[in-house]
Structures are given as structure tokens and as C-alpha cells.
Design a protein around this ligand. Structure first.
Ligand SMILES: NC(=O)c1ccc[n+]([C@@H]2O[C@H](COP(=O)([O-])OP(=O)(O)OC[C@H]3O[C@@H](n4cnc5c(N)ncnc54)[C@H](OP(=O)(O)O)[C@@H]3O)[C@@H](O)[C@H]2O)c1
Length: 301
């Protein structure tokens, strides 16, 4: 039985991981996040408060539980906020990873770390694992710096890179594009959506599953871990409208330049998934299947 400690367990991926680990007999879970536990089920695992940006907190919790694997989902994930609050972004996305690496080295723990397509400039997507990074935002820079720390460390590390994660969990601190589009279109609100950025959106359940595959197999190195369908952001939103039979005329395609966002975005990312499919047995759902799964969960709430 593997003892797995999840950081950021209150987040989208964190809660999906908790849910899935509880269904597996070969894992024992220690869920950790900042503040109180927001996952609805409280039995069958241990919850401990752990602030990844506080070295003392990281050391204390890891020393107490001595897990076999740490899955680091906690991060500062809002790209525009990272551009403005650079110091905090670095603290959470880089310095905190340094603390985790040190603790994992001490107890010989596998560290599974989540990274992003935003380490690339979006000029040559879809990308292979060994493509040359060139971030265009501070968020991307911070995530790349964390990857470099892992690569030069002596620990057993696994980097899983993902793209636009969507899904629904309890008491979410931030929304995602699928929920946002559904909500706005259901209210009849017109929305501006960029038509010149392409992504491969990832179902949160698929991402949780690939984290567990990486833990089960003791995978080493970098793996692409996104959804399998490439689409522009406006196509993504149109798919959501189609699924829910909402008015597509409310969707107004615009250019990235006209949006004037604080942080720059890569144009076309996307990943070639062959390595994670072959080596980890990763089997992502299609985007349509993903929306259907999410919809079922929304209806059963
Ligand atoms: N979401 C995406 O589209 C996307 C795309 C590419 C890569 N990724 C990467 O995937 C990972 C998981 O993303 P996600 O969507 O699950 O993010 P999320 O929903 O924002 O979850 C992150 C969680 O970390 C928690 N957290 C923040 N600061 C913390 C701290 N100091 N100590 C402990 N926990 C802390 C947050 O707590 P609160 O909820 O209390 O704030 C939040 O629950 C991240 O590494 C992200 O960079 C995500």
C-alpha cells in the first residue's frame, strides 16, 4: 500500500484526487491544504493543514506522515494575478517546490509535480516533452523555474504538464472556462471569447487518474498530461453551447489583442500524448465525454 500526500487538496485537482484515492484500496491518503478541509467526505483518510509556502509547515507535516509519494497540486494558478503579484507567485510556485524537494530528499519520497503548457510560447504547438520552453508570462516563468529545480535535484520526481483543467468540485475558489461559459450562456449573457488561441482542455478526473498512474508506476521524468482534443477557445465554448443547447449567437469571437489581458498568452499550445499513453497507460476522455461526465455530476448535486 502506498501512502500518498496531496498538497492543495481543496483545489479542483486536489479534490478529484481525494475522491479517486478513496476508491482505491492500494493507496492511503493524507490530504493537505491551506485552511479547513473543503472536501465533503471526511472519513477514510487524514486531513492536515499544510501551507506549502511555509517551510516549517512542510517539514512538520512530511516528517509526521512520511509518505511514499507527494502529489503537489497547490500553486498560484491565476495567470494575471501572477503577473501582478510576482513575489507571491514565486513563493508559491517556486520557493515552495524547493521546500518540498528538500523534504522529499530527506525521506526518499517520489514527488509528482503539476506543470503547464504555459512554459511554452505557443508558436510550435502541439509540443513533445522535450520541446524547448519559452514562457511568455510570469506564471509560465515560475512554473518553468520549478521544473528546473526538480530536474537538477537528486529526488525521484515526475513532472505532469497539463492544459486548461475543467470540472466541478465542492466550494471552488475559482471557476474554469466550461463552468463560466455554461453559466453566462444560461443567463443569456453575451460573451467575448478569443478565436486565436488553441488548447487541449483537460478533464480534472483524467488528470487525477494520470497522477495516480504515475504514482503506481513510480514514473520518472516529464510527461504530457492534457485532454486529447485540440480546439480554439471559441470552439471550446461553442462545444459547451452545443452540449447544453444554448444560444451560440451570444458567443462573440474576438482576437487576443483586443482583450488586453495583463499577462500574455501563448497562441497554440497542445501536447503530443504518445509518451503518457504508452508508458503510463493514460487514456483521456474526449472533450464531449468530459462535458457529459461533468454534467452528470452537476445534476446529481
Ligand atoms: N487549472 C488549470 O487550468 C491548469 C492548467 C495548467 C496547469 N495547472 C496546474 O495544475 C495544478 C492544479 O491546478 P488546479 O486547477 O487544481 O488549481 P486550483 O483549483 O487553483 O487549486 C490549487 C489549490 O492550492 C491551494 N493553495 C494555494 N496556496 C496554497 C498554499 N500556500 N499551501 C497549500 N495549498 C495552497 C488553493 O487553496 P484555496 O482554494 O484555499 O485558494 C487551491 O485549493 C497547479 O499546479 C496548476 O499550476 C492548472
Amino acid at each position: 500500500m502506498k501512502k500518498v500526500l496531496v498538497t492543495g487538496s481543496n483545489g479542483l485537482l486536489g479534490q478529484k484526487l481525494t475522491e479517486r484515492i478513496l476508491l482505491k484500496k492500494d493507496f492511503k491518503l493524507i490530504a493537505t491544504s491551506k485552511g479547513n478541509n473543503r472536501f465533503t467526505e471526511t472519513k477514510g483518510y487524514t486531513y492536515a493543514e499544510m501551507d506549502i509556502a511555509d517551510e516549517e509547515s512542510v517539514n512538520r507535516v512530511i516528517a509526521e506522515f512520511k509518505p511514499d509519494v507527494v502529489i503537489n497540486t497547490a500553486a498560484m494558478t491565476n495567470v494575471d494575478t501572477c503577473e501582478i503579484e510576482k513575489e507571491l507567485c514565486w513563493k508559491l510556485n517556486v520557493t515552495a517546490v524547493e521546500y518540498l524537494i528538500k523534504a522529499c530528499e530527506k525521506y526518499q519520497i517520489q514527488l509528482i509535480h503539476l506543470s503547464t503548457d504555459f512554459i511554452f510560447d505557443g508558436e510550435h504547438g502541439p509540443y513533445l516533452e522535450d520541446a524547448k520552453p519559452n514562457p511568455v508570462s510570469y506564471y509560465g516563468e515560475s512554473k518553468l523555474a520549478a521544473e528546473k529545480l526538480l530536474i537538477k535535484s537528486n529526488i525521484h520526481y515526475t513532472i505532469l504538464r497539463t492544459i486548461i483543467v475543467y470540472g466541478i468540485v465542492n466550494d471552488m475558489s475559482r471557476s474554469n472556462i466550461v463552468l463560466w461559459a455554461k453559466g453566462a450562456l444560461e443567463k443569456g449573457n453575451p460573451i467575448n471569447v478569443v478565436d486565436d488561441q488553441w488548447r487541449m482542455p483537460t478533464l480534472a478526473e483524467d488528470l487525477a487518474e494520470v497522477c495516480l498512474l504515475a504514482a503506481e508506476k513510480g514514473a520518472k521524468g516529464i510527461f504530457n498530461a492534457s485532454g486529447k482534443d485540440m480546439m480554439s477557445i471559441v470552439e471550446l465554448v461553442q462545444h459547451v453551447a452545443d452540449y447544453y443547447q444554448l444560444d451560440k449567437l451570444l458567443i462573440n469571437p474576438i482576437s487576443t489583442a483586443s482583450l488586453n489581458q495583463t499577462a500574455k498568452r501563448p497562441k497554440r499550445t497542445g501536447f503530443i500524448l504518445d509518451k503518457s499513453i504508452k508508458e503510463l497507460g493514460y487514456q483521456p476522455h474526449s472533450f464531449t465525454e468530459g462535458i457529459a461526465m461533468m454534467d452528470k455530476q452537476i445534476k446529481s448535486r
